[in-house]
Design a protein around this ligand. Sequence first.
Ligand SMILES: Nc1ncnc2c1ncn2[C@@H]1O[C@H](COP(=O)(O)OP(=O)(O)O)[C@@H](O)[C@H]1O
Ligand SMILES: [Mg+2]
Length: 528
Amino acid sequence: MTRVIGASLLGVDGVAVEVEVRLSSQLPRIDIVGLPEAAVRESAARVRAAIASVGQRFPDRRITVNLAPANLRKGGAALDLPIAIGILAASGALDPEPLQRLGLLGELALDGRLRPVRGALALTLAARDAGSRSVIVPALNGPEAALTPGVQVLEASDLGAVLRYLLEATPLPIARVTTPGPAHPRVPDLADVRGQERAKRALEVAAAGGHSIFLWGSPGSGKTMLARRLPGFLPAMEFEEAVEVTRIHSAAGLLDSTSPIAVERPFRAPHHSTSSAGLLGGGNPPSPGEVSLAHRGVLFLDELAEFQRHTLDALRQVIEQHSVVIARARTSCVFPAHFQFVAASNPCPCGWRGSGVRDCRCDDGATARYASRISGPLLDRIDLHVSVAPLAWSQIDEPSRGPSSAELRARVDACRALQQDRGSGKGFRTNAEIPDEALDRSVRATTDARRLLGAAVERLGLSARAARRLLRVARTIADLAEEEEAGPRALAEALGYRATELGSASAAEARATAADRSTADVRGWRSV
Ligand SMILES: Nc1ncnc2c1ncn2[C@@H]1O[C@H](COP(=O)(O)OP(=O)(O)O)[C@@H](O)[C@H]1O
Ligand SMILES: [Mg+2]
């Protein structure tokens, strides 16, 4: 009996699979056991044709292929290559000894070519952890698989090349990570948006500190337009982040040979008709949802009130835990889901409540039902709340005065550098991620600022969670101004992004806070 190391995907993680092959002298046939799914059962036909195509003899005996561990369902076609090599080794055509430290993955075409597989990075990691010193992967998967530290990744374009490597020691090319420079996605510029200086400033703070943000206001005021411009000034992903995103997107089949590595921060904007499973992940076998595809990037829920209430309730937990657990009878999968949350909504069904431009046609009951779909506890978990008022004609008519995306990106990058220094070795990259225990030390709020916060907590009835979120936002505002301590000015601005109430505040009041972010203004507001 021979053993070969392969791997199979479970959610977005790879699991090492030992492919055991035994030949016996019964009537010729091939059995694959160990919970193979359809694609793996069909492997037999592909392997038989591929072996014939390279001029090797397919053994004329009874072949049993066992995939261990037996309790795990194995899907995908990446097991073709280890099965083919296992059969050849069992029939004596190959020396089984070097196979003990060699991982193999790839789908075989009938003519012996190796086709790329989903989740190459996750599979290579699993093969490494199972003791492989090198892993042979389809050539097109090379750049992605090469992200795996601590293992040599070899590229092969067909079964023939793998056999020449094993039989004649003909070298295979070593896969290299091709690191494209920091990509900034081609999104439209913030300078296209006229007016809305306050919302632009809030987006700057959100991007700088990784904070979640909620934009609300009447239809056509530019909420969607503003949110979609965020990727244009987010900082580039770091290497470790790119590896995490690549692993998930590759497993979900979102990467291809033209872009084998994820370089841009994800920006996911699922429609409000998206199912719970589509948003959070699900299915059998479990696959990642939008929250996981947005990992290390942005999840944008436009028309937030139109999403199903129970979906939004489940989202709350994901926002706090940064991951989703999907339990199935045999296994449970953990999908990472650490994203920046961005949401937008109208204040009421007709959209004009409090706009000061048109009369709202909704009765109080309808507005209350609408607002209640976005639960208070969800809003409590959002750092910045900004009302986006309809533009006056004078603003529509004049050119944009706000910063361009490039200007914001420079400020955001500088601000992130400060946060990196603060968080390095302490496990956080952004101010939004500062853990509770490190909050006082990291934020360094002045006595005046703390007094202001205390007053606001009492007057606005802020939750403890909201108060802590405010401190993190104030830290980012102080960082943007390169201030060591978070003073009353930073705290008052942070409070200004909190003191709005969906469905009741009028645009005139919102403008008043924008004009003067002092405590006096804060007093009359009820917090969400
Ligand atoms: N502040 C603005 N500056 C320039 N154009 C705007 C602005 N607000 C709205 N528009 C125009 O109106 C359209 C609709 O804006 P949108 O962002 O979809 O509004 P909302 O999401 O608030 O309903 C935009 O595509 C743009 O053409
Ligand atoms: Mg919109």
